[in-house]
Design a protein around this ligand. Structure first.
Ligand SMILES: [Zn+2]
Length: 103
């Protein structure tokens, strides 16, 4: 296999991964981005090793925590700060790496 072909396969693989991730999202991309911005806001309290803040946001959007919390866990988000670090790491490519400063 030549280099060009390898590169192509790699791009395709990445695209498939993103499609799968998109298909698995338990909420819209906008909600997900807002969730990350919310957790990342400057006035956010220090993480108390629960998903308290995330769940508060999920409920404020009338989304179902019973669906979303396990999904966050699948991406390593077991508490609010891990959502910012681990989940954002996984979904950054599809939500865009720039979070709103205040929303
Ligand atoms: Zn934490």
């Amino acid at each position: 296999m030549d280099k060009e072909q390898k590169k192509k396969l790699k791009t395709q693989f990445k695209k498939n991964e993103q499609d799968e991730l998109l298909a698995s999202l338990p909420m819209s991309i906008d909600d997900l981005k807002d969730l990350l911005s919310f957790l990342n806001r400057e006035s956010a309290p220090e993480c108390d090793h629960t998903l308290k803040e995330a769940i508060e946001f999920i409920k404020s959007r009338n989304l179902d925590p019973e669906v979303i919390v396990p999904w966050l866990g699948e991406h390593g988000g077991f508490c609010d700060c891990e959502v910012i670090f681990n989940v954002y790491d996984d979904v950054g490519d599809i939500v865009g790496w720039h979070l709103e400063e205040d929303s």
